[in-house]
Each structure stands twice: as structure tokens, then as C-alpha cells.
Design a protein around this ligand. Sequence first.
Ligand SMILES: Cc1ncc(COP(=O)(O)O)c(C=O)c1O
Length: 382
Amino acid sequence: MNIPLIKPFITQEIKDKVLEVLDSGYLTEGPVTKEFENRLKEFLGVNYCLAVTSATTGLEMALRALKVGVGDEVIVPDYTYPATASVAPIVGATAVIVDVSKKNMLIDYDALEAAITPKTKAIIPVSLFGAPLDYDRLNAIKDKYKLYIIEDAACSIGAEFKGEKVGKQADITVFSLHPRKFITTGEGGIVTTENEELAEWMNSYKHFGMDMTGASREGIHFSNIGTNYKLTNLQAAVGLGQLDHIEALLSKRIELANNYESMLRNVEGVTLTHFSEKETCASCSCSTKQCKHSYQTFSIFIKDRDRIMTSMREKGIEVQIGTYSLHMHTAFQNNSLVEIKGEMANSKWCYEHALALPLYNDLTEDLQKHIVIELINSLKSS
Ligand SMILES: Cc1ncc(COP(=O)(O)O)c(C=O)c1O
């Protein structure tokens, strides 16, 4: 039996939409991309939504839009995908890496505040695996130190902070459409903001620096130095077909996560993450339970993780580490544009203990039971 970690949601309808675009001959960015942006804008409840080539290019564009560059510092968590931090040196700024909380794997807000210097211009907290960030804490820090917040929400389409979808809270929010995410366009990203000026600048930047406001009556005019981060009609057709089902896809993920939680709650050697504690809010300390995890990834902490991971894979069940601990990688060591603040003990612990379990739309409860039984067998065979 082979159970994958993820399976993109591709229906006949989606294939037909892609064929329609191919038949139209209009393959690059165009009306289908626009429709995809508009539908996402509506779903997220944001003012501006731009489709780009990836979350990585979206994060880089966000830093450029906020004029973050040489001499500036950008604080990021250690436990994340490298892109979160790499974009700072890419624009000439210094990535200042801080530890995460072991409770929820999100940036440690105290460590973040302690790392702020007069050079800090922006922070890029990550709503990892679909866990919403605590904007009560983040906004207090933002207001006190006058910083920009760019949320790396690569994994968080559909997550909510206090009843509001992720995408509205930060100055700029960036989502990924990579196939590991439950809405995918093959490669791709989404950038949202509530700020018209930032949206206009980014829209121009991703279109070669073109004036996109229609201000120029003489035809095309290039008002900025820009690049090409357009998402094609072809890719948008794939995303649109998934957006038609987004509410059902999200509900299914939450149902599957709840199943895992009840099956794993009393298993010795397994620790559920903080989000399983339904008595309290998922991310902040509110008691309203209005913060919603979107379960992009369902991960547990487990003893002897590497051995269990090998054993599960041998049984045909694709499991994966959570994510990376950046300070352990050469790219972030002895780099004049990277500063590692502290020991990163929690990040290293998460890196060594987190295990992501299969989660995709047509995963059944029976398959989940099978996965959990094999997990328990692997734990017992130590
Ligand atoms: C937290 C985080 N940030 C950024 C990225 C990069 O996303 P993309 O592949 O769309 O560039 C990923 C990819 O998995 C991610 O998990």
C-alpha cells in the first residue's frame, strides 16, 4: 500500500479549464489570472490580491515594496523554509534569525522583541503549517518599534486570526501555491495588502515596472525598474478549479486533523501540538476560540523521529519532517548578511521531533487508522 503525504486536488473540471486556456491561445497572464486574483480577494476578504510566480518571489517583492535593503535588518524565525530568510540577503538586507516557541513552532515573540535594533525595518513571522500568528502581540511590537510586518503565510490559505482570514493583518502577506499546499498552481504565489500604494507598486514591479494605473494615455509606460513575476492563465486555471471547492477542501482538512488528534491523543511517545488543545485559542491567549488552523500540514512531535520516519516509509506510508532549522545549514552560517541570535534550542528540537503525516482530500478515516496503527507498531518496535 502506498499512501502519499499529499495529493493535489485535480478534477476533470480543472483539466477541462486548462484545455480551454490552451485552446484559447492566451497562455500568459490574462483574464483567467485576473479572475483567480478576484476570487481569492473575495475569499480572503482583502483589498488587494496579486498573483506571482512563487511565495519566494512574493516575499522578495514585498521587501522591495517596503524599501527594505542595504543596511536594514529583517527578523525571521529559525524554524521555517529557507525562503523566509533568504529574501533578506537577496535584497541586500541582513536576516536576523531568532528562535521559535516549542509550544506552537511559531516565532518566539519575546526573542523577536529582544532582537530589535534601530536597524530593524521589518519582521517576517511565519504562520507555519497553517497556524495563525498572534496579532495582538505582533501589532503591539509593530506599534512600539515602528516596524513593517510581512507575513510568510506560505502554508496558511484559509487560516483565521480572531475570526478574520489570514491575509489582512500584516502590511503585506504572502501565500504559496506550491503543490504541497492544498490550493496549487504547480508553482505560484499570492500577495495581499490593504494598502493601495503598496499594491500599485508591486503590480508594476511584477509587470516589468509598467505603469498599471492607466495614468499614461499614450499607451504603455514603464515607471519603475521591474521584473516578470506574472502567474500565467494556464496556472490560474488550475487554481480557479480548486477555489470552486475551497470551503469543502478546508472543512475536510480540519475533519481529518481532528480524526488524527483523537486517534493519537493517548499514544505513548507522541505529543500533539498546542493546537490540539481545543480549550484554548490556537495561537494567541484569547478565550474566544476564533483563531482557526488551516492544517496545511498535520504534524506531531515524536520520539526517535528519524527511525520512525524510515520505518513508516518502508511500510509505504509517506511521512516527512516538519520543516528546517535554518541555523544548521551552511547558507546561514558565516554569512555577513545573516545574524543568528541565540542557541536556537527550540527550533532544533522541533526540527528533530516533528513528523508530518499524510493529509489530502480523499484520505479516508480507515486509511488514517491504518497510518496510526503502523505508527504505533513502529514506536513499539524500538
Ligand atoms: C514557510 C514557507 N515559506 C516560503 C516557502 C516558499 O514557497 P514557494 O515554493 O512558493 O516559493 C515555503 C515553501 O514550502 C514555506 O513553507
